[in-house]
Design a protein around this ligand. Sequence first.
Ligand code: SF4
Length: 372
Amino acid sequence: MKYVDEYRDARLAKDIARQIATAVDPARSYHFMEFCGGHTHAISRYGLADLLPSNVWMIHGPGCPVCVLPIGRIDAAIALAMRPEITLCTYGDLMRVPCSNGSSLLKAKAAGADIRIIYSTLDSLSIAEAETDREVVFFAIGFETTTPPTALALKFAIAKGLRNFSIFSNHVRTPAAIQNILESPDVGKPGAVKIDGFIGPAHVSTVIGTEPYDFVAEKFKKPVVVAGFEPLDIMHAVLMLVRQVNDGWHQVGNQYIRVVTTFGNEKAQSEIANFFELRESFEWRGLGEVPYGALRLRPQYGEYDAEKRFRMVTPAAQDNPACECAAILRGMKKPADCKLFGKVCTPDTPVGSCMVSSEGACAAHWIYGRFR
Ligand code: SF4
């Protein structure tokens, strides 16, 4: 298949691996964080870590929207969904995330809440149009990739005059999280996480471009390479990072030139800006409060903002104390460091979000048999 098979060519992967092996300085180590869970899955699925020299380490980052959503936000959604007039629409990967008191959206649905799995923001609009006696709330999550469809759903809802549709916005921002990681006391100090560069998610940069990462290079002196999700994309990005580190460079590189540009999709950005504004702070699981880490609806669209419309409250909630998701999302630990991994916690019986989501690091390691 065009653009797929050619980026999964084992012969070329081995050739890039040889170039990486030739390029690395054996006297030093290289630590690169792949921000996105999509990259984490590809690295596990294709065994890419096994192709890298022993002094090149991949660190899993927090780029999984399900994993980084604090339990309290899902608790709040469940409380809303239990109201008799509410229909909560959400994507399927949120349904099994364990919440407070052993609950989950799936269990709330079994208990009678009207929670529906949708495949598109437009599905929630169709439900609102067809069932005008219901208050239809779209539980919106995701990075910059999924924000434009939510903006368009709101645009269409306004155009159609839908009064029974609202959005519970949990859209988060990639550059803000990278800044938070780089400013964390866990990074860069002796004995803490070492990060020599980042692999940035291509789908996010399809929307925002590469330019929003310039501060990483300029202020924090770390290289970033925006890369696609096929194995050759990732191997190529590692080679680009190794070369930058060797040369003492810290620039924003674009490996995914077949789609990503410097300034991204300006039409999509305009639609986002029309309907969303920055939150001053937003809690990320694992990272804590991230300044400007998420988006909310602009005040003029308050009637479509479920948090305002239904006076939603996000309760303080604790993760399972044995779950290491928070440390994994900060790059401090690997899934196998968690004593529950593969024992109590598996994809069939997930204890934490990193095992639930298809983009979670624990799920990736378990599914593809990566136990170290
Ligand atoms: Fe949490 Fe399960 Fe991962 Fe352990 S294995 S960190 S309990 S999701």
